[in-house]
Design a binder for this molecule. Structure first.
Ligand code: SF4
Ligand code: MG
Length: 345
């Protein structure tokens, strides 16, 4: 095993006027090099908070416990400047909404040139003048690479799109531009937060296929965030099912579908046919209050198998198979974290 990313016992809290919200409650997961891992769960389950913690994009949160290791290095102990430098070259992110993640007042080309000029350097605190002076490559060279990248995401008129403003492009085109921008810096880890969800189903499928091909060619590791278990099945090697700030089940994709264990996972599977309405729809009820989470299982209120003990005793993840872990009292096995720790040692 050669993990590119290891998240261990991560806790993320936010202060709210109702008290401390325990939004991420001790999650563990690993992404091996070249692997595509998915983090699946309904809106509000903590997927985006998890990826923002990895990217260092949560200034208002506290991380009372846990580790995030990227290529073995503890990213939580990095300075802001070091984090910025990892963010371009090493880790790249595709956001779910192309309209808000592209800058409306700059052309596609200007945004791409900016990435090429500033990759691998802290850029927030430098003035434009200083930044231009520091830039190494030539303008013509950057332009050529940007247009070539637009071609790679199968944009048919790359020169025209290079000169366009985001508002002049279709949703599918904007999503392709975002993928091009994310791949420009040749990241080793790509984090994709529901790419394509803003698009119609056919366009989304095309964008996902394209992304799949591009990361395959480059051997890029991917963390894929989605509410849709059907999408996760298409794109990922391994699935982590998340519920209310915890990972309730994790397994290789084929195993998870062959032998789904956690009642939440099974509920998600039953709701796959309603692709367009989203994954939570098949399961009645809603996420618990993060400022006052249950002492026992966070899913108990919605679980068809809940027993009195589920409300009191916290279901720690258990190793239910050689490469399968589930956090539910219905399943026994050795504690998964100990296995995680012995693997890492
Ligand atoms: Fe359901 Fe109990 Fe398992 Fe929680 S621990 S998922 S309430 S059976
Ligand atoms: Mg989200």
């Amino acid at each position: 095993a050669d993990p590119i990313l290891e998240v261990k016992n991560l806790h993320v809290h936010f202060e709210t006027h109702d008290g401390t919200a325990e939004v991420i409650n001790g999650i563990d997961f690993t992404i091996e090099r070249g692997e595509t891992a998915a983090l699946v769960g309904e809106t509000g389950c903590g997927k985006s908070v998890t990826v923002k913690s990895i990217m260092g994009l949560l200034p208002s949160a506290t991380i009372p416990e846990g580790e995030i290791r990227y290529k073995g290095e503890d990213v939580l102990s990095l300075s802001d400047a070091e984090r910025h430098s990892r963010r371009g070259k090493e880790m790249s992110m595709i956001m779910q909404d192309p309209m808000t993640s592209l800058n409306p007042v700059l052309t596609v080309g200007e945004q791409m040139m900016d990435v090429l000029k500033w990759q691998g350097r802290p850029r927030l605190s430098l003035s434009k003048l200083v930044r231009d002076a520091l830039s190494t490559g030539s303008k013509a060279e950057y332009r050529r690479r940007a247009i070539e990248m637009l071609g790679e995401v199968e944009i048919s008129a790359p020169e025209r799109v290079f000169e366009s403003y985001p508002v002049e492009l279709s949703g599918g085109m904007r999503q392709r531009v975002l993928i091009a921008i994310a791949l420009l810096s040749e990241p080793d880890l790509l984090i994709a937060d529901e790419p394509g969800t803003a698009l119609d189903v056919t366009t989304e499928a095309k964008v996902l296929d394209l992304l799949d091909e591009l990361v395959e060619e480059r051997d890029t590791s991917v963390l894929y965030i989605t509410h849709d278990l059907g999408v996760a099945r298409e794109v990922s090697d391994r699935i982590n099912v998340m519920y209310a700030g915890e990972i309730v089940e994790q397994a290789p994709t084929a195993d998870l579908f062959a032998n789904p264990q956690h009642p939440y996972t099974r509920g998600l599977l039953e709701s796959i046919p309603t692709l367009s309405t989203g994954i939570g729809d098949g399961i009645e009820g809603h996420l618990p209050d993060y400022t006052d989470p249950p002492a026992g299982c966070r899913f108990a209120d919605r679980c068809p198998h809940a027993e009195p003990a589920c409300y009191d005793a916290y279901p720690y993840p258990r190793q239910t198979g050689p490469d399968h872990a589930t956090a539910c009292h219905l399943f026994s096995g050795t504690p998964a974290r100990e296995r995680h720790e012995s693997l890492a040692a």
